[in-house]
Design a protein around this ligand. Structure first.
Ligand code: 13P
Ligand code: SF4
Length: 363
């Protein structure tokens, strides 16, 4: 398979804002602006929010259900998860928590791959989400048929896919990884001499490839939120706050990763904010995380890393439009109606479970 060459590198892993990685001659699987929804959450009065929260607490108990939420969703939903014995976590911890919790029903507040992962790992539980429309650009940018052809064209490679993928894509893989363990797992595979086929996030793949030196063939997908963080604008902000630490999610472009004090999953970013000595942090990830950051590191100041920022589109505002669909009213309605249940084909789910379990069992 022909490949593009590296261009435009400036640092150890970095490049310019327009990066070209070592990619196979695949089409670009980044979503076009028109493919990304614009979602504006409804405004709720305090009285309405409190009433909804009380309803949700009651319904969770009545349904023997536990709430498993991601850091990017509405702050009220995160608080509800914490207050009712659920969890707010990164995608790896969400998967583990859902699998291990004794409740018969899981309510997953996040995006669809998170609900599907919960169902794959616990086929006997009922899994619901506040909406079934909460997609992920990485998942959408990795159609199973085209990915299957890519795997078949490279049969000598170990297939490692990011958790942000469909059940069908996971079922084609040898390993599923999340951003918190991807680096360690690829390091382990590379040490055994394995060559990797990686999908779908080219930025995370490039970060892991650069750190580990592994032979990795990258799919060319991207996250619509993280792809928007801009290296030059971040450098400008650094001049205003020279003592600020920079925390970056590895779905961001390499040039942004290059100037980070810590690169990691959402949980690892929160941990870094607690551990590092800085009083101020510039944070390059979805701004939903600020709710937990402020609670976890009170007294510290958090500043949003700059995005393209010129337009009224979700993709220019550092907030995932699909995560934003997780609203209190939608969550209450799901619990009330038992709509929005996640179903996974048992045969495909069983195939997807193996690479997921490999990740969860990885020491
Ligand atoms: P984490 O696993 O770090 O929570 O990432 C999930 C995600 O979708 C980030 O955009
Ligand atoms: Fe997917 Fe990006 Fe949204 Fe995370 S922030 S769910 S990677 S689109």
């Amino acid at each position: 398979m022909q490949r593009l060459a590296w261009v435009g590198r400036t640092g150890p892993t970095g490049g310019f804002d327009d990066e070209v990685y070592y990619l196979p001659m695949l089409r670009d699987y980044s979503l076009q602006p028109a493919e990304v929804p614009v979602h504006t959450p409804a405004f709720l009065s305090d009285a309405r929010r409190n009433a909804l929260k009380a309803d949700i607490k009651r319904l969770l108990e009545e349904r023997d259900a536990v709430l498993v939420a991601h850091y990017y969703v509405d702050g009220d939903i995160q608080d509800l998860a914490d207050e009712t014995g659920g969890c707010v976590a990164d995608s790896l911890e969400m998967a583990r928590f859902g699998r291990d919790h004794p409740a018969t029903t899981l309510i997953v507040s996040g995006v669809r791959f998170m609900g599907e992962t919960a169902k794959i790992l616990s086929p006997e539980k009922r899994v619901f989400m506040p909406t079934l429309e909460a997609e992920c650009s990485l998942d959408l940018g990795c159609p199973p048929d085209e990915f299957k052809a890519f795997c078949e064209a490279n049969p000598d490679r170990t297939v490692v896919v990011y958790a942000n993928t469909s059940v069908a894509v996971k079922a084609l893989s040898d390993w599923v990884v999340t951003s918190s363990v991807g680096l360690k797992i690829v390091e382990h595979l590379a040490a055994k001499g394995e060559k990797i086929l990686w999908a779908p996030d080219k930025h995370l793949g490039n970060f892991i490839r650069t750190k580990t030196g592994a032979d990795m063939l990258l799919w060319s997908g991207a996250c619509v939120v993280h792809e928007e963080f801009k290296f030059k604008a971040l450098e400008d902000i650094k001049q205003v706050y020279p003592d600020a630490g920079v925390l970056v999610h590895p779905e961001s472009p390499a040039a942004v990763i290059d100037i980070a004090d810590r690169v990691g999953s959402t949980s690892q970013i929160i941990q870094a904010a607690r551990e590092l000595p800085h009083d101020t942090f510039i944070v390059a990830t979805d701004r939903g995380i600020f709710h937990k950051l402020r609670k976890s590191a009170p007294g510290k100041r958090f500043i949003e890393a700059p995005t393209a920022g010129d337009g009224a589109m979700c993709r220019s505002c550092a907030h995932c439009p699909w995560m934003a669909m997780n609203e209190l009213e939608a969550l209450a309605a799901t619990l009330e109606s038992s709509d929005n249940e996640i179903h996974v084909d048992p045969a495909v789910g069983a195939r997807a479970m193996k690479p997921l379990q490999r990740m969860l069992e990885f020491p």
